[in-house]
Structure formats: structure tokens, C-alpha cells
Design a protein around this ligand. Structure first.
Ligand code: ARG
Length: 263
């Protein structure tokens, strides 16, 4: 089934560090939270979030998410597009279920990957796809480069995707969503050290973990006030205490993205 390496685009996942050990020593809650949606969250639909796109292989097997920002442009993660070609990917809109056959399937005529991208943990994790077929769905607006105040610590952000519902679990057949608080850059720096590139990344999650994006959610949206402000990028495991999810900080890439959206 998900045999190919495109099935789960895994941005470098950090191994547990001394910080994790320290967290354990300080005493994690004794009862592990039951595995839940995205990880933690609820089911939703592409009717509720029409701009959430499945990014699939040519056989329509989903491996990443994306956000429709104009009828023919989709923002996703650069790491989702590594090794892909215009012929190897499709974008599927209006399909709530992975095993559905409804909605609109489009071929991709151009893949723009941020030319500075090397690895998700180095930042620059943004790509823009140009669709061959227009999507008849409501688009999302995205932050402009001056909107940097949206990332104030504690602000509620919404995450969406079909990814795994626990760290080593399986994907959700139905689109899921959850809300998570934006984490202060200083806090994310404490979690990830130099892997956290403040200019290019923003973190979101609870100190105690439990709610997060996970494998297969990459490329999908982090919305703040309904506006696309982040792109699911990487994390240490999923929903672990002390390790928030890391999202591309879209304000940094907004002008670059706009050049592609208008091209
Ligand atoms: N790299 C993953 C993907 O390709 C996303 C991981 C997000 N991880 C997290 N803990 N928030 O789907």
C-alpha cells in the first residue's frame, strides 16, 4: 500500500534528546493520553474547509496536504515535493475521505520549490504548485509579510489534515482538525535548539503535548484567525510533551509565494 517513499514524507525527525529524558524525570502524566485525531482533535469535512487539498500520487494516494490560495495555486511544503515531478503528483479538492472518489482531481503543470530549501529542519520549507485544472472551491487567504504579529504566543491556531492519529499510527480516512496554541520562539528554541530557525519556523502545541500534526499532515495549513499563517513541516515525534509541532513561518515567505501565485 504505502510502499513508496512518497507515501509518508518524513522531514528529519529528531531523536529523543537529553531534554526528553529530563521531561521524563520531571514526571510525565502517568496515564498516556489515548491516541486521537490528527493527534487530538475532531473529524471535519472539505465542505467546512474547502481550501484544504489532498496532495496525492498519480494513483490518488494521499501523502501530504496543501492549501488552495487561488483557483490554480496550492501552497504546500517543499519537503513534500522532493523527488516529485509534475507527472508524479495530483491535487485533489473537495474530497473529505481518503478512500473517496469525489471532488476535483487536477494535474500539476509546475512545481516551484523554494530554491533555498535543503531540509525541513533548516527552514525554507515552502512550495507552490500550479494546477492544470481550476479548483471550484473557496480559496484561503494567506498572511502578508508584515503580518508578523499573528504569531503572538498563546494565539489559537487551527491545524488540518489526514495524517496519522498517533506517532506510529495510521492515517485518518476522514479529514481532521484541531486547535493548538502558538508557542513562544524562546520556548521552541528550548525544545529544538539550533534546529529551530526562528526566521523560518513557528511552533504550536501544548506544553503537555497531546494535540499535534503528524506524518501525512505535512504541507497542510496552520490557520490563525482563518488565514493561512503556517505550513505543517516537522517535529520530534508527534504530540510529545515538550516538543511542539514546527510550521513554516509563512510571513517570511509571503512575497516569494505571491510572486508564484501571480506568475
Ligand atoms: N513531516 C511530517 C509530514 O511529512 C509532518 C510532521 C509534523 N510533526 C509534528 N510533530 N507536528 O507529514
Amino acid at each position: 500500500m504505502f510502499g513508496s517513499n512518497r507515501a509518508r514524507k518524513t522531514a528529519a525527525v529528531l531523536t529523543a534528546t537529553a531534554a526528553a529524558a529530563a521531561t521524563a524525570l520531571l514526571g510525565a502524566p502517568s496515564a498516556a493520553a489515548a491516541p486521537q485525531p490528527i493527534v487530538g482533535g475532531t473529524t471535519t469535512t472539505t465542505t467546512a474547509y474547502p481550501f484544504v487539498m489532498q496532495i496525492t500520487d498519480a494513483s490518488q494516494n494521499q501523502f501530504c496536504g496543501g492549501t488552495l490560495v487561488s483557483a490554480t495555486k496550492v501552497i504546500t511544503a517543499a519537503h513534500c515535493m522532493v523527488g516529485e515531478t509534475t507527472g508524479s503528483v495530483r491535487v485533489v479538492g473537495g474530497r473529505t475521505y481518503l478512500n473517496g472518489t469525489n471532488g476535483t482531481v487536477s494535474k500539476v503543470s509546475k512545481i516551484w520549490i523554494n530554491p533555498d530549501y535543503t531540509d525541513a529542519t533548516n527552514g525554507d520549507d515552502v512550495a507552490v504548485l500550479t494546477l492544470s485544472t481550476s479548483m471550484p472551491y473557496t480559496t484561503a487567504s494567506y498572511v502578508s509579510s508584515s503580518d508578523t504579529s499573528v504569531y503572538a504566543a498563546g494565539t489559537t491556531a487551527r491545524i488540518l489534515g489526514w495524517g496519522t492519529t498517533s506517532e506510529n499510527g495510521s492515517s485518518s480516512n476522514q479529514l481532521r482538525t484541531a486547535t493548538v496554541p502558538i508557542v513562544a520562539d524562546s520556548g521552541c528554541q528550548s525544545s529544538y535548539g539550533s534546529e529551530f530557525v526562528q526566521t523560518d519556523m513557528v511552533c504550536a502545541g501544548y506544553t503537555s503535548g497531546g494535540v499535534d500534526t503528524c506524518q501525512g499532515d505535512s504541507g497542510g495549513p496552520l490557520l490563525i484567525g482563518g488565514v493561512l499563517a503556517g505550513i505543517t513541516s516537522w517535529g520530534n515525534g508527534c504530540a510529545e510533551a515538550g516538543y511542539p509541532g514546527v510550521y513554516s513561518r509563512l510571513t517570511t515567505f509571503s512575497s516569494l509565494v505571491t510572486a508564484q501565485v501571480n506568475s
